[in-house]
Ligand binder design. Structure first.
Ligand SMILES: [Mn+2]
Length: 277
């Protein structure tokens, strides 16, 4: 990639679960992140757009989302390898895997060799939903509860913004204290590690569960890039092959005023319009 003033340089950047098109997406943070980095490979690992939600509500888009797509196309045009692996909320794009649009390649999953020689398999992760032990009814209840939680999360974010406080996620707080949520995360991670071992790769990279993590087990490194709804996290590969999870909300909040102007308010305003539309 070729930015004027990238403040962070990586070999590979992996982001997932931005859920753009929902009131909860942190598009301004993601835009600010992508404008601040320089990398050779950018992998969008699913649920970048929330087409499910866009079909339920009439989506009017937001300036951040438009600028984000312009940026992605510009990055692809300037030589970066930009890969889009559709997830379950944007699974309609799975019909187009194997094709490329304006330099952005669509793949069902992506194999990547790190600069230290390790092999990595990158896929969204809804493939492992069947390995979860919860019943369909429990999942439905979980989804409804999750939507309610996101609404409260939005309210608390607005309040914190008015009080001049940084990013903090109610969802993250609640999930970290519910044993069932942690059990779900653990089951997912175990299924992913087992799949990585079956596929014979050194590193298994996913998104989907909105929980960034990086650990090694049974000779497989598990990495999850997290999300841009409850958190603002990305997985990066440094030029020596080292993997790291970045918490961009923490970086942006450190810079006093956050990213571009007042992100929470800008996001909320444009997406509130979308939700009412
Ligand atoms: Mn997903």
């Amino acid at each position: 990639m070729d930015h004027v003033n990238p403040s962070h340089r990586y070999r590979t950047v992996i982001v997932s679960d931005a859920h753009l098109g929902t009131p909860d997406a942190r598009g301004e943070y993601l835009l600010h992140f992508l404008e601040s980095i320089d990398c050779d490979n950018l992998v969008l690992n699913g649920d970048l757009l929330d087409v499910w939600n866009m079909q339920r509500r009439r989506w009017r888009g937001s300036p951040a989302t438009t600028r984000l797509f312009q940026l992605l196309l510009r990055l692809a045009a300037t030589g970066a390898e930009v890969v889009y692996v559709p997830g379950n909320h944007d699974e309609c794009f799975r019909d187009y895997v194997g094709q490329s649009f304006a330099g952005v390649g669509l793949y069902r999953q992506w194999r990547h060799v790190l600069s230290d020689g390790r092999t990595a398999l990158i896929l969204h992760g809804d493939e492992f939903d069947g390995a979860m032990s919860s019943t369909p009814l429990a999942r439905l209840a979980g989804n409804l509860g999750y939507e309610l939680l996101l609404r409260f999360d939005r309210l608390s974010r607005r309040l914190r913004h008015r009080l001049g406080r940084g990013h903090w996620s109610l969802c993250r707080y609640v999930k970290s204290r519910i044993p069932g949520a942690l059990g779900y995360i653990g089951q997912f991670e175990q299924a992913a590690v087992a799949h990585g071992a079956t596929e014979g790769v050194d590193v298994m990279i996913c998104g989907h569960i909105h929980h960034a993590n990086l650990f090694e087990q049974d000779g497989v490194t598990y990495a999850n890039s997290g999300d841009w709804v409850e958190h603002c996290t990305a997985l990066v590969e440094h030029h020596d092959g080292r993997l790291e999870i970045l918490d961009w909300a923490a970086v942006a909040d450190e810079k006093a005023h956050g990213p571009i102007g007042s992100p929470a308010e800008a996001n909320d305003a444009s997406d509130r319009a979308a939700a009412c539309g």
